[in-house]
Design a protein around this ligand. Structure first.
Ligand SMILES: [Zn+2]
Length: 250
């Protein structure tokens, strides 16, 4: 057994028996870690309050090789992202990002790029007050990129031709298709939407709040990205309803 201190982001928690919690963490070195925090619901402690989803913590974990469930013996809050917590829209968006991370990151696998992506996304979300769609699209693109699944959106993946008029995004093909090559495959995304995906992928974090997308364009890009991710993970994002609520209020 080894005892390790690590930075971690709490992705998800659920109750275990009367007083304990199982916590799903994203860590830079060991990827996704599932750990039990014993007795943590019995008393009001600093330890307990650090174990809310969407919290950046310093965790002390007792590892036993070959076990699915590790033991979390101590946790201190580093960043609680209070502005996210006090706003339902932002909390829904943060939950969605955490859920996507939980789907993409494996256990016992170095995941420092994923960790930094989620940390910077949450820090950005805690400071911006509008144009959340731009941040979410940037998050999707960066996550797909570091997972080796970035869609090709510069040209048609089949004929390598330019993209104009009616264009499509097809997860099976690995990116955009022109109208001629699509033959009914993929989800419709305008050429402008594809350009926007590319732009947001490489945009600085501080710029995202200034990039306002027309609602129809944001809807179609987010819908297509959701389908793209579903193709690869095979799992619907639970908090995906949030997408529709967000686009409804835009
Ligand atoms: Zn083509």
């Amino acid at each position: 057994m080894s005892v390790e201190k690590t930075d971690a982001i709490v992705l998800h928690t659920y109750n275990l028996q009367e007083s304990s919690k199982i916590v799903v963490l994203l860590t830079p070195v060991r990827g996704k870690v599932r750990a039990v925090a014993k007795g943590v619901r019995r008393t009001k402690s600093k330890f307990g309050s650090a174990l809310e989803p969407v919290t950046h913590i310093e965790a002390q974990i007792h590892y036993k090789e070959g076990r699915d469930l590790q033991t979390l013996s101590q946790a201190e809050t580093r960043e609680s992202f209070q502005p996210i917590r006090s706003d339902l829209t932002r909390l829904g968006l943060a939950s969605m990002m955490c859920e996507l991370m939980e789907q993409f990151v494996q256990e016992d696998e170095e995941s420092s790029r994923e960790f930094v992506l989620l940390l910077l996304s949450l820090r950005t979300l805690a400071t911006i007050v509008k144009n959340y769609e731009s941040l979410l699209i940037a998050f999707y693109m960066k996550l797909l990129d570091i997972s080796g699944l970035l869609p090709e959106v510069n040209c048609c993946v089949r004929c390598k031709g330019g993209l104009q008029g009616n264009t499509y995004l097809d997860a099976g093909a690995g990116g955009a298709l022109c109208a001629r090559c699509s033959a009914g495959m993929g989800e419709k995304v305008s050429a402008g939407g594809l350009k926007m995906m590319q732009r947001l992928h490489s945009a600085d974090w501080v710029m995202l709040e200034r990039i306002r997308l027309p609602k129809a364009s944001a809807d179609e890009v987010l819908g297509a990205l959701n389908g793209y991710v579903l193709h690869h993970t095979g799992r619907e994002v639970r908090s995906g309803k949030f997408l529709r609520a967000l686009s409804g209020s835009a």
